[in-house]
Design a binder for this molecule. Structure first.
Ligand code: COA
Length: 363
């Protein structure tokens, strides 16, 4: 088959790896981590054990606690801080290259990095709140779960509703197959780079609104719809202007996104003040998207109700991509380890469509 015939823009449908970790079930609307439906995990196991399930295939394995660490130079822009500090940690801890260290060493590096990445986001968020100091390590260590420790490191206190919101969000978004950021992590890992570089590059890949950043846009969107008081008109005008409705559509799912279902339920359980307007908008948006795109199911995706759940925990919208990165450290780590075991460098091809050969010499 020719290269031209193989060309798939965005690599949609191209199978680039085999994975034992997770792959969303396109038609079924179910997400399983190592074979276990996430419905069975939420509310029963805290995030740090789901991390163990994804990375070690063991729910009794736990992501380690964050070590005392002083980030070098935070700015309060959490995704940028996270990307920079994660790369810097590789140097600070003198991490070995993936092609030179054992699987056990890589697993240890990923555990240390994962929990530290949560700490970096918490510290950056604290700085954005105007607090340049840090919460004492023993206060952070007194938290019972990763979500509680995260909130303690950020705010010095951890409200139980906020803990539940973050833990549920983190579990729902911990892993999702070969999405853009996970692919990025695997591409970097495939070069033999260290775990810090692999995770840092993944953070950069999810800082855009099309992957992981959408919750940041959902809350202001719901406020706009509530202020207008006419969801139908808002949807019509938005689509007529050629804009996308944030929180709808998915590259993989053609059925309901199972994470959206769990997060919607959680938004109700936690009495999200925006759940009513969100449901009104969802109803008209789904109907109008179906009318305009009858051949392409555009359903509610994970990011829509994530925004409400994160709002319950008083997460400011700009922090949404960094919160997503915190949850995804599990999936990324699992994939980096899996990639290390394959030892195969990624090198897809491009079809050249540029200028024909030409000379710089005058004709
Ligand atoms: N609102 C309005 N129209 C949408 C839409 C949305 N949220 N998502 C897709 N569409 C439309 C596109 O405009 C396009 O229409 P066209 O064929 O008339 O040009 C068609 O559906 C297919 O879009 P495409 O970009 O090819 O779909 P995709 O599968 O590559 O995109 C997303 C997936 C997630 C990037 C896309 O649905 C999107 O941008 N959603 C909004 C952002 C978001 O929620 N991101 C979080 C993802 S978890």
């Amino acid at each position: 088959m020719s290269e031209v015939a193989d060309f798939k823009p965005g690599l949609e449908g191209v199978v680039a790896v085999e994975t034992e970790i997770a792959e969303p079930d396109r038609e079924g609307g179910v997400l399983r981590y190592r074979g276990i439906d996430i419905e069975e995990l939420v509310g029963r196991y805290p995030y740090e054990r789901v991390w163990g399930l994804l990375v070690d295939d063991d729910l009794d394995s736990v992501m380690p606690d964050p070590e005392p660490y002083e980030p070098a130079r935070l700015t309060g822009d959490a995704p940028a801080d996270l990307q920079a500090e994660t790369a810097r940690l590789a140097g600070h801890w003198a991490l070995g290259k993936l092609n030179e260290i054992s699987d056990e060493q890589a697993r240890e590096d990923l555990g240390r990095l994962s929990s530290q990445m949560m700490g970096i986001v918490a510290r950056s968020a604290r700085l954005a709140d105007g607090k340049a100091d840090s919460v004492p390590h023993e206060v952070v260590a007194s938290g019972r779960t990763a979500a509680e420790k995260f909130l303690l490191q950020w705010r010095g206190e951890a409200d139980a509703r906020h803990v539940k919101a973050i833990d549920t969000y983190w579990i729902c978004t911990a892993e999702h197959g070969l999405n853009a950021s996970t692919f990025t992590a695997r591409v970097t890992a495939s070069t033999g780079a260290d775990c810090g570089a692999s995770l840092s590059s993944a953070v950069g890949a999810l800082s855009g609104p099309l992957h992981g950043g959408a919750p940041a846009y959902v809350k202001p969107m719901l406020e706009e719809v509530a202020a207008m008081g006419d969801p139908e008109r808002w949807v019509r005008e938005t689509l007529d202007a050629g804009k996308r409705i944030m929180g709808f559509g998915h590259r993989i799912y053609r059925a309901e996104d199972p994470r959206s279902r769990i997060l919607k339920r959680t938004a109700h359980e936690l009495d999200s003040p925006q759940v009513e307007i969100a449901e009104q908008l969802e109803e008209v948006a789904l109907a109008e998207l179906e009318r305009r795109h009858p051949d392409r199911p555009l359903k509610t995706n994970v990011e829509y109700y994530s925004a409400l759940v994160l709002d319950v925990a008083e997460i400011p919208p700009p922090l949404a991509p960094a919160m997503f990165a915190c949850s995804r450290v599990a999936g990324w780590s699992a994939h980096i380890l899996e990639q290390k075991r394959t030892g195969r460098l990624f090198r897809p091809s491009a079809r050249y469509v540029g200028p024909a050969p030409r000379s710089l010499q005058p004709a």
